[in-house]
Design a protein around this ligand. Structure first.
Ligand code: NDP
Ligand code: HSE
Length: 429
């Protein structure tokens, strides 16, 4: 074994970083044996230097992250600060100064992954980011390496723990959105500002990363269609149950049937209770991958939290250190297919539409005509009368999203349609 240690600079020592430091210290001998050289924590950059950080030598703490990554003797920079800047500048500077990078930063990778990959390649360094999608779950490496010989057609998953916890609570206890969010906040799942989670930005960033890797093309956050889950109601869950379904916030990345384009989207959807993703409870994540030769694969586990996320970070640290000892680098960006990302209107799926209508002769026929005029075929209709009005639930066959939008727009113009109570996609059948 080499005795000279590989040096790791830790940028950020919060929920994830503190666990990275702890595991690096407590498992130092095992890590050294697996890598073939000891790894040494060479510096820890934080914002608040006076905060007590148990188990970390205070002499390692600095507020000058730039100076740390510029030292020139650092082998691996672990970026667990989050956000766009200064993380992006620090990662680029790390490459320029001869270090490889391990990051958990999905927001940055989804926005600027191609630039970072290019910088890594230019400087002969590695960029690894297993922890950026679905926390502890090994997903990036299986997609990039284990399935590199296969053709992936679809990736569908629950990639946000906070929203899965909220939806699971709504489903299992009948709680409303706000009540379930309050519980998620009290338990530490949801952040003080839960916007990134509940509005689907976090899941959309992960979808962009997954789609890019799965289809060997570039997909950025802006390419991902996104709907949050704040509008999901107890009535939606009741409707879902009547169909033998539950509701999940799904990230779905698909190759088009003609193979000429891809789509990536995040939105709440009904899925049958028999689908493996329906049984993913609380804050867990799971990702369902469909590959041509391998068939259907499911990856399941904790998608967030300090220790689970640190596990994925350290797996990357070990891989990068091994590469350095072999004077090699791991796989870089693979975007050779250059498949374009199609708009949401091109996505073909099924829909569950709940309408409040006047309960009088001819209304059902009028509604059915609007569907027919837009080429959307109805699968089932369920009607429940209430005081001269009726609630009409229409479930469609598969149709393009643009056709469904046109249908809903036309339905809203009918005098007999009092309102469109909810529109939800139905997936996983
Ligand atoms: P935290 O907010 O807990 O920690 C951020 C850390 O970065 C803190 O230690 C903070 O310092 C430090 N920091 C902030 N700004 C600077 C700066 N300008 N210079 C130096 N240090 C700075 O975040 P998390 O640990 O939760 O998340 C880190 C990353 O991991 C993010 O990209 C996140 O998306 C990702 N991630 C997080 C998961 C989770 O469950 N938390 C799961 C998967 C990925 P100080 O301590 O002084 O405030
Ligand atoms: N806020 C994210 C979640 C953290 O709830 O899943 C993991 O990326």
């Amino acid at each position: 074994m080499r005795t000279r240690p590989l040096k790791v600079a830790l940028l950020g020592c919060g929920v994830v970083g503190s666990e990275v430091a702890r595991i690096m210290t407590t498992h130092a001998d095992d890590l050294a044996a697996r890598i073939g050289a000891p790894v040494e924590l060479a510096g820890v950059a934080v914002r608040r230097p006076d905060k007590v950080r148990g188990g970390i030598d205070p002499a390692l703490i600095t507020t000058d992250a730039t100076a740390l990554v510029k030292r020139g003797d650092i082998d691996v920079v672990v970026e667990v600060i989050g956000g766009i800047e200064p993380a992006r500048a620090l990662i680029t500077t790390a490459f320029e100064h001869g270090a490889s990078v391990v990051s958990a930063n999905k927001a940055l990778l989804a926005q600027d992954g191609a630039t970072l990959y290019a910088a890594a390649e230019r400087h002969g360094q590695d960029l690894y980011y297993e922890a950026a999608v679905a926390g502890a779950i090994p997903l990036i490496r299986p997609l990039r390496e284990s399935l590199a010989g296969d053709k992936i057609n679809r990736v569908m998953g629950i990639v946000n723990g906070t929203t899965n916890f909220i939806l699971d609570k709504m489903d299992s206890t009948g709680a409303g959105y706000q009540e379930a969010l309050d519980e998620a906040t009290a338990l530490g799942y949801a952040e003080a500002d839960p916007t990134a989670d509940v509005e689907g930005f976090d899941a959309a960033a992960k979808a962009a990363i997954l789609a890019g890797i799965a289809f060997h093309t570039r997909v950025r956050l802006d390419d991902v269609y996104r709907e949050g889950m704040t509008e999901v109601t107890a009535a939606d869950f009741a409707s879902a149950r009547q169909m033998g379904c539950t509701i999940k916030l799904l990230a779905i990345c698909e190759r088009a049937a003609d193979g000429e384009s891809v789509t990536a989207r995040v939105h709440p959807a009904m899925i049958p209770l028999s689908h493996p993703l329906a049984s993913v409870r609380e804050a867990y994540n799971a990702v369902f991958v469909e590959a041509e030769a391998a068939g259907q694969l499911m990856f399941y586990g904790p998608g967030a939290g300090g220790s689970p996320t640190a596990s994925a970070v350290l797996g990357d640290v070990v891989a990068v250190c091994r590469n350095r000892l072999n004077e090699a680098t791991g796989p870089g960006e693979s975007a050779y297919t250059q498949l374009p990302v199609s708009p949401m209107g091109d996505v073909v799926t099924r829909y569950h539409i709940s309408l409040d209508v006047a309960d009088k002769p001819g209304v059902l026929a009028q509604v059915a005509t609007v569907f027919a005029e837009h080429g959307v075929s109805i699968d089932t209709v369920r009607q429940q009368g209430k005081d001269g009005e009726a609630s009409l639930v229409v479930v469609t066959h598969r149709a393009p999203d643009a056709a469904l939008s046109g249908t809903v727009e036309a339905l809203r113009k009918l005098d007999t349609v009092r309102g469109v109570a909810s529109i939800m996609r139905v997936e996983g059948e």
